[in-house]
Design a protein around this ligand. Sequence first.
Ligand code: A3D
Length: 313
Amino acid sequence: MRKKIALIGGGQIGQILAMLAAQKEMGDIVVLDIPDYVDPVKGKALDLMEMAPHGNYDATIIGTSDYADIAGADVCIITAGKPRQAGMTREDLLNTNIQIIDSVAKGIKEHAPNAFCIVLTNPLDAMVYCFHKVTGFPKNQVMGMAGTLDTARYRAFIAMELGVSVADIAGTVLGGHGPTMVPLPRLTTIGGVPLAEIATQEQIDAVVQRTRKAGTEIVQLFGKGSAFFSPAWSAIVIAESYLKDKRRVLPGAALCEGEFGVNGLFIGVPCLISAKGVEKILEIKLTDEENAMLQTTLEAVQKTVDECKAQGF
Ligand code: A3D
């Protein structure tokens, strides 16, 4: 029997997720959206079914607004919610998206209680906190997709800056999904060569700053809406590691209970993703300077989570 992938939200990211999941034959796909938008998602699903003969994949893809259709899903990827418009911060989305996440979490809890859940809705670290709170799912079953995208952006910018293949760049980005995130140049390598051996400090600083503002750079170019190709691929990489038990080490927002000195917050950390979900958080011994940056990002995430708590989450 095929696996089942439920995509909650069939907008910009949701439609790319559906296409990638189909092309990779990850399983049958259900795209769920609100009743007002159900016809467009039915249309997108049908369009993807009609792409199959040339796309060379077998999958059943449906659009729906009925949670009963996600029953038995192996993976749920949640993009339901508003994206940023030019001039907005991710935190500006909180009051709208918190209500959406509340209803989505209840729907998934009732109909797909065993699914591995990957949250993308912003403000990410706070929304995954609320999703976990409402579902009460075990912590290994819930992850926020942000670090995997932030690290992809960081690698892409290094490749552009230095004229090397992105394939050879290994590195990670810790912390909250926002301007306080913590890329780690000290631990970044290019084909095994430390970044600092190849790049000047000015180049490294430029890449770090661009990574921190990467989402905003795209929002400003679009004017309306935020990035969708790279967020979708990043979520698919996480889902694949879970479905195929690939045991990849991917950064993302996981519930820390002591790791990195953090307690009770979802924050971007390196995660081992296996068939158990977030099997393990891999800790890193940080320098004093890196630790100070981690504290700054923690304070930013805590502030947003406190707003959620004030709303009863
Ligand atoms: P968009 O194209 O607006 O799609 C969102 C979809 O969610 C729309 O089709 C809505 O109709 C649907 N929706 C709204 N409410 C509900 C509901 N209650 N149940 C089901 N569906 C609903 O946005 P998008 O796809 O561009 O972005 C989706 C989210 O991802 C936004 O919150 C973005 O800010 C966020 N995002 C996160 C990242 C990360 O790296 C974490 C990157 C880019 C975007």
